[in-house]
Design a protein around this ligand. Structure first.
Ligand SMILES: [Ca+2]
Ligand SMILES: [Ca+2]
Ligand SMILES: [Ca+2]
Ligand SMILES: [Ca+2]
Length: 238
């Protein structure tokens, strides 16, 4: 009989524990649901700089026209966009300049149609102010020195060559340290030094010192680097 009471007591403890756990679980679910609701409510809202024309719903004068910061449902965004209200329309995280000062601390988006253009973008050489600092293609430096491959022709045969350029000096002069055929049957030309100059327009030219017919022409700029007029098709001297 004693064993029977022990068994009953054990079952009771298990049941009480299960009910308590279930209750705690329900309370936890309810708390989560409330939190989800709060998050959802936040996610459904958008902060915009809205132009209040000062008229009431009947078209009567109510107050002076003004720009005001308001929270709206995301469902109403398109309607506000048509009215010219300010918002981060391209979704890059930055607002365009606005009378309400929204997003001023992050820096304004200078192009709110293109997400790739914003204050956090990296400036690249494309004629556009990518990072919205008011300067176009700033601080881009390309070294003139290095290897450049370009092509010339003997008849209709293309002979790509690899040219090694030295740096440009303060007078715009540079040196071609060597040039070599790239996968062609022509022999290499190691050790040949060429000189050239870049004029005030960024045009460069070289001569080999053996023939006045052998000039290279192209353009160098800090942004674009080395661009050869192409195809180069003057007659080689060798
Ligand atoms: Ca934006
Ligand atoms: Ca943008
Ligand atoms: Ca810039
Ligand atoms: Ca740029």
């Amino acid at each position: 009989m004693k064993k029977f009471y022990y068994l009953l007591a054990s079952i009771a403890i298990v049941l009480v524990t299960m009910i308590a756990c279930e209750k705690a679980s329900i309370e936890l679910d309810e708390t989560q649901a409330v939190q989800d609701e709060v998050l959802l409510a936040k996610a459904d809202k958008a902060t915009i700089c809205h132009y209040d024309d000062g008229l009431d719903e009947y078209g009567s004068f109510e107050n002076d026209p003004q720009w005001v910061t308001i929270d709206i449902s995301v469902n109403a965004l398109e309607a506000h966009r048509k009215h010219g209200d300010k918002y981060d329309w391209d979704g890059d995280g930055y607002y365009p300049e606005n009378e309400c000062g929204i997003g001023e601390d992050l820096g304004y988006d200078c192009n709110d149609d293109i997400a790739e253009i914003n204050p956090d973008a990296i400036e690249v050489c494309d004629g556009i102010d990518n990072n919205c600092n008011g300067e176009v293609d700033e601080d881009l430096t390309y070294s003139f020195a290095g290897t450049h491959v370009f092509h010339y022709f003997i008849g209709t045969t293309n002979y790509p060559h690899r040219f090694e350029f030295g740096e440009i000096d303060e007078f715009g002069k540079f040196t071609i340290l060597g040039y070599y055929p790239v996968d062609t049957p022509l022999p290499p030309h190691d050790g040949i030094i060429l000189n050239g100059i870049i004029d005030e327009f960024g045009k460069f030219s070289t001569t080999n010192g053996y023939s006045s017919t052998w000039n290279l022409y192209g353009t160098f700029s800090e942004c674009d680097g080395f661009v050869l007029d192409s195809p180069w098709s003057t007659t080689p001297w060798f």
